[in-house]
Design a protein around this ligand. Structure first.
Ligand code: COA
Length: 356
């Protein structure tokens, strides 16, 4: 029976660094507030009108492919996780295929919409295809361009200061090396709180949504037409209803509960304990969340990889960027037990254990 191994990993972050002080000029916030609540000092923003989730994903993919020692034409399946796609449809998977100039092989491309846990979900999907022998070189990409769709007024500050742009990618292959590879993945979701961290518009929803006070939200749907003008209304644009919204405290409470739960579930399944983890690479949601979870698991600072200070929360890209950095820094050695875990909008969450 095969296991899945990460044969190559790479990341790409845009050049433009945006510090907390620069955000201070745009909205009522402060470097001190952002650092104290989230640990973030700066984030990267994509080059305007030049870079997208697809192009950044492609740059990360090229590194991963090269490090895997394969030709790009050998990739036999693409999985792309993002919440900030270039188009509403088609998804970034096929756009990446085109960007990498590997359309001739007509390989399948799958898009994952699981926000912050998109990479872990993608890894789990890929793992199933590798284990059955269906594919041998799966390219899994997580990429985000948040900077294009955030509210840079004070109204949007609780969300905007957190997010950054970037991409990470892995090439996944079968391995028969004893004990090595993905040991298990665990996935969960609970749609009860779908709107607690969401970008509702543009969307084909029925109009049902309430604000924090429980009042029905007016999306400004025209009453004189039955079809066709409800996807994006002028009212939505005028009232800032096209931006992501988040109940930060609620998300925080759920995250610190679900992270340890899903990690323990994975460890228990394979008969290991937190003490066996050599490197924990959490989704970079908030440094306080990662520190809380690490403490709860009894992990010291050298056993956790955090880079949210420099990149903010890059959603589906955050785990592959962090893991890629950890590998580049030599912090991950052959035989190490790597634990990945994520929680985010949906809510969706998951974990993965990999023997490197
Ligand atoms: N700068 C300055 N003040 C801000 C601010 C900002 N960027 N964002 C919010 N505030 C203000 C609020 O308006 C509020 O002011 P008030 O007390 O006058 O009403 C105050 O700070 C506290 O807001 P609150 O939302 O309660 O702060 P918090 O301590 O919960 O921290 C988060 C906010 C977003 C940092 C925190 O809730 C968080 O990290 N949650 C998890 C988010 C997350 O991980 N999301 C991604 C999941 S994948």
């Amino acid at each position: 029976m095969f296991r899945t191994k990460i044969a190559g990993i790479g990341h790409y972050v845009p050049e433009k660094v945006v510090t907390n002080h620069e955000l201070e000029k745009l909205m009522d916030t402060s470097d001190a507030w952002i650092q104290e609540r989230t640990g973030i000092r700066e984030r990267r923003y994509a080059a305007k009108f030049k870079e997208t989730s697809t192009t950044m994903g492609a740059r990360a993919a090229e590194v991963a492919i090269e490090r895997a020692g394969i030709h790009k034409e050998e990739v036999d399946f693409i999985i792309f996780a993002t919440l900030s796609p270039d188009y509403y449809f088609p998804g970034c998977g096929v756009l990446l295929q085109r960007e990498l100039e590997i359309t001739a092989t007509e390989i399948p491309a799958l898009d994952i919409r699981n926000q912050c846990s998109g990479f872990v979900y993608g890894l789990s999907v890929a793992d199933q295809f590798i284990k059955t022998g269906m594919y041998k070189n799966i390219l899994l990409v997580g990429a985000e361009i948040h900077s294009m769709g955030l509210d840079f007024s004070t109204e949007g500050r609780n969300v905007t200061v957190i997010f950054g742009d970037g991409a990470g990618a892995v090439v996944l292959q079968p391995t028969e090396e004893p004990g090595k590879g993905v040991l298990t993945t665990k996935l969960h979701s609970d749609g009860t709180y779908a709107e607690k961290l969401a970008m509702i518009n543009p969307g084909a929803h029925s109009g049902y949504h309430f604000n924090k006070r429980g009042e029905h939200i007016d999306w400004g749907y025209p009453t004189d037409v039955e079809y066709g003008q409800n996807f994006v209304t002028q009212h939505m644009l005028d009232h800032g209803q096209i931006y992501p919204n988040m109940d930060g405290q609620f998300v925080f409470k759920m995250a610190v509960q679900k992270f340890p739960e899903v990690i323990m579930e994975a460890l228990q399944e394979v008969g290991l304990t937190p003490a066996d983890i050599n490197m924990f690479v959490p989704h970079q949601a908030n440094l306080r969340i990662s520190e809380f979870v690490a403490k709860k698991m009894g992990l010291g600072p050298h056993q956790v990889w955090n880079n949210i200070q420099r990149y903010g929360n890059t959603t589906a890209a955050s785990i592959p960027i962090a893991l890629s950095e950890a590998v580049e820094a030599g912090a991950v050695k052959s035989g190490d037990l790597i634990c990945l875990a994520a929680f985010g909008s949906g809510f969706t969450w998951g974990s993965a254990l990999i023997r490197w």
